[in-house]
Design a protein around this ligand. Structure first.
Ligand code: NAD
Ligand code: ZN
Length: 356
């Protein structure tokens, strides 16, 4: 079992990572549940079939539990689903001392966290992540839903009381979800420094390698990297932008290829490599681009995805998504592992590099 203490929005909470923790929730959450009234467990349909029963019976050792089941997938981060969840909470007589519990991936976490932030002007919530991507979404206190106009447009900062990460649950994840979540971990490794990155490169050359028992320690390190950046941001405004590494092109790929054609993480992996190429181009980095690409390709990331779209389309998409000024796009470049840098890069430079 590994524990990381997270500081976010003037609140401190533990992220506990271990094998089979879902069978120990009754013990692990004993102190957290003290003085609370009831649990509202939120789970999507796919995760319900796998992990509802044992989670419910563990929680029920501490407090009465009501369970809300939502459809799987990004579509549940909606105003409609939020309204249903709130009405359900009221019907089940959840009061100010109730605790919402998200069992699932980033979708369950974001919806449940936002619902908790607004229910009776704010109740507590706990995350029980079941995806690899949740190592990203469990740090930073961001919660929210999508609007028709765009992703994550309604939200709140509302850190959880605790995150209990049973990594055994990752083993039922489809490969596509391993790959998607792992890309954010790779991003954290590039942001951290040589040691974490070398470790991943040495040990992971395929999706199967991602499922190593070492994944617990990689998740811990990844969480520490994000937590450090989020904490630093509270003192030094804007450091948090480093977490956008790989996301400028990544978001454009997701949007222009169509969500579903490419996962978030696949877009981020292609975007990461492009950020390294751009760093070389701008004279900021000295990356061996061939070597970096080969590694990402071996993990199954679609490194030629940008070639499916015109450079002009991608640049226009970036301009709608990211800060721009006078024909420059605000970009996160990387000098070397652990040394990110914010830069304004000319649109034309990006267009030309995409065309190459
Ligand atoms: P998700 O929650 O939709 O899970 C992905 C899919 O895997 C779903 O179909 C789910 O049913 C299934 N699943 C989950 N756990 C499983 C398991 N153990 N076994 C088998 N299937 C399982 O998506 P995600 O990738 O975890 O998260 C993506 C969301 O996270 C996005 O909406 C994104 O905006 C959000 N996010 C939030 C933050 C944040 O800081 N709040 C950060 C990153 C991402
Ligand atoms: Zn991301």
């Amino acid at each position: 079992m590994e524990t990381v203490q997270i500081q976010a929005e003037k609140r401190s909470y533990p992220v506990i990572i271990g094998e089979g923790l879902r069978y120990q929730l009754g013990d692990v959450l004993q102190e957290t549940a003290a003085g609370k009234s009831r649990f509202l467990l939120v789970v999507d349909e796919a995760v319900e079939a796998l992990y509802r029963r044992e989670t419910e019976s563990q929680l029920a050792r501490l407090l009465p539990v009501s369970t809300y089941v939502m459809p799987s997938g990004e579509g549940s981060k909606s105003v409609t689903e939020l309204a249903r969840l709130w009405e359900f909470a009221a019907e089940k007589e959840m009061d100010r001392k109730s605790v919402f519990v998200a069992l699932g991936g980033g979708v369950a976490g974001d919806l449940t966290g936002f619902a908790a932030a607004g229910y009776m002007r704010g109740v507590d919530y706990i995350q029980l992540p079941t995806t690899l991507l949740a190592q990203d979404s469990s740090v930073g206190g961001k919660t929210g839903i999508n609007l028709n106009a765009g992703k994550n447009l309604a939200g709140a900062f509302h850190p959880p009381l605790a995150v209990i990460y049973d990594i055994q649950t990752l083993h039922t994840l489809p490969d596509a979800e391993w790959r998607s979540g792992f890309a954010e971990m790779i991003k954290h490794a590039y942001l951290d420094g040589e040691s974490f990155l070398q470790d991943l490169k040495a040990r992971v050359q395929s999706v199967e390698d991602m499922k190593s028992p070492e994944v617990a320690s990689w998740i811990r390190r990844s969480i520490e990297v994000k937590a450090r950046i989020v904490e630093e941001d509270e003192r030094e405004q804007g450091v948090r932008a480093f977490l956008n590494l790989g996301h400028t092109l990544g978001h454009a790929l997701e949007k222009e290829l169509g969500y579903g054609r490419i996962t978030h993480g696949e877009g981020v992996a292609a975007g990461l490599w492009f950020a390294l190429a751009l760093s070389n181009d701008e004279g900021v980095g000295h990356w061996d681009l061939g070597k970096e690409k080969k590694w990402l390709e071996s993990l199954g990331y679609p490194m030629d995805a940008p070639g499916e779209l015109s450079a002009a389309t991608l640049v226009e998409s970036m301009k709608r998504d990211k800060k721009t000024s006078h024909g420059n796009i605000h970009y996160v470049l990387l000098e070397e592992p652990g040394k990110p840098r914010k830069a304004k890069v000319e649109e034309d430079t990006i267009r030309q590099l995409l065309d190459r």
